[in-house]
Ligand binder design. Structure first.
Ligand SMILES: Nc1ncnc2c1ncn2[C@@H]1O[C@H](COP(=O)(O)OP(=O)(O)OP(=O)(O)O)[C@@H](O)[C@H]1O
Ligand SMILES: [Mg+2]
Length: 385
């Protein structure tokens, strides 16, 4: 009798079969995206609400790995209104970065692919579906309309070029037409001053390693804002900084956002930062949105047991406790998701219905939505799953 294989173990033959199948699927996606001269009508779409800058609609982003398909983002829908900040929170690995990288089309390809759903980007007079845009077009959008600030500034700065050259390049690439070298340099220095770098002329000549972490992050913010983008994605921009610098960077982002009237998608683990920065909050768990609402609704009236757990695990000033609460258990394996609520195995508030399939979204207020069986009797038919 054949020996039973340990769970999760793949034979060489099985792995080769998966790899072949993956290549077939990803090649088809890549072929589509590499086409030249794609007519605009293919990716033209309409915003559901013209007051939104971005609308994620049932987004599915998968990674085709040799171990199987990782469903990193599995049906995410939320919107980023114009001029507002939307905070995205959730445990490590729940798909926050993959959601934002899908919007930038910066997924690790060919493995990472958006397989379903739309990401609608408001261009003012028209709207584009980013998921259908070919590479050629996407390059014009990145930086100009949507830009990203990464968690670790050294990953976006090139260590062998001076700061000035790197910021100049961004301006040259996007807004450089008809500008002389001196004009671009003047704009770079203006940007460095705008983000609060005191010795901007000196910093222009420096290399990244000569700056402190906070200064580097400011340079990255200057680069991200160089073309006054409509949407700024900040993926944990302050995690690597100490609290005073963090507060300064957050202030800076807030002021600059108001100056150029853009929207921010703010990804973080830090609920304190969310409370300070965000207008709306989206709580993600295992590749799905489990709850979303205004910052007031999420903080004063958290509905999903996961959000309640997150709130309970943050320290409160003036409240003396021996040990902070931590949510028991761990996130399910994204290759093999259960067919019931993904949080059920960790949930301390289960009801009888939780045995059923993944709960639909239930509306608690015009802006507050939650996917949990505990609210089913209030609004029996949830709507989208
Ligand atoms: N290139 C990749 N190949 C395979 N799987 C990936 C890849 N990138 C991300 N994933 C998987 O996608 C899931 C979501 O990852 P993501 O980076 O979005 O998490 P996150 O919510 O941003 O976490 P963190 O808070 O730690 O940054 C994880 O399970 C991760 O393993
Ligand atoms: Mg991340």
């Amino acid at each position: 009798m054949a020996k039973k294989k340990a769970e999760g173990y793949l034979s060489g033959r099985e792995a080769r079969r998966i790899a072949k199948e993956n290549r077939r699927i990803t090649n088809a996606f890549e072929k589509q995206r590499k086409r030249k001269n794609v007519p605009e009508s293919e990716y033209l779409t309409q915003m559901a609400d013209p007051n939104n800058a971005v609308e994620f609609d049932n987004l599915h982003t998968y990674f085709y790995t040799d171990a199987g398909v990782v469903k990193s983002v599995d049906g995410v829908s939320f919107e980023v209104p114009i001029g507002k900040t939307v905070g995205v929170v959730g445990e490590s690995g729940c798909g926050k970065s993959v959601t934002s990288l899908s919007l930038m089309q910066l997924l690790q390809r060919p493995q990472g692919q958006v397989v379903e759903g739309e990401i609608r980007l408001n261009m003012g007079d028209k709207a584009y579906d980013v998921t259908k845009m070919p590479n050629e077009q996407m390059q014009k959008i990145r930086g100009n309309y949507v830009s990203m600030i990464f968690q670790e500034p050294m990953t976006s700065l090139n260590p062998v070029f001076r700061i000035g050259e790197q910021v100049d390049e961004v301006i040259f690439l996007h807004h450089g037409e008809g500008k002389t070298k001196e004009e671009v340099k003047a704009r770079t220095i203006e940007l460095l001053e705008m983000v609060g770098i005191a010795n901007s002329k000196g910093v222009y000549q420096m290399y990244p390693h000569e700056l402190s972490g906070g200064m580097r992050q400011r340079v990255c913010i200057a680069m991200a804002l160089a073309c006054s983008p409509k949407v700024i994605i900040a993926d944990e921009p302050t995690t690597a900084l100490d609290v005073t610098i963090q507060a300064q960077v957050l202030d800076l982002l807030r002021n600059l956002k108001d100056k150029i009237n853009s929207s921010i998608m703010f990804i973080t683990h830090d609920l304190g930062v969310i409370a300070e920065m965000a207008d709306y909050v989206v709580v993600m768990y295992a590749g799905r949105v489990v709850e979303k609402g205004t910052v007031h609704e999420i903080f004063s009236n958290p509905a999903h047991p996961y959000t309640i757990g997150l709130m309970a695990s943050k320290p409160v000033v003036g409240k003396k406790i021996d040990k902070l609460y931590s949510i028991p258990g761990k996130v399910p394996n994204p290759i093999n998701m259960p067919n019931y609520c993904y949080f059920k195995d960790r949930c301390e508030m289960c009801v009888a219905d939780c045995e059923g399939e993944y709960p639909c979204q239930v509306q608690l207020s015009p802006t507050h939505f939650v996917s949990c069986y505990r609210y089913y009797d209030k609004n029996k038919q949830g709507g989208e799953v």
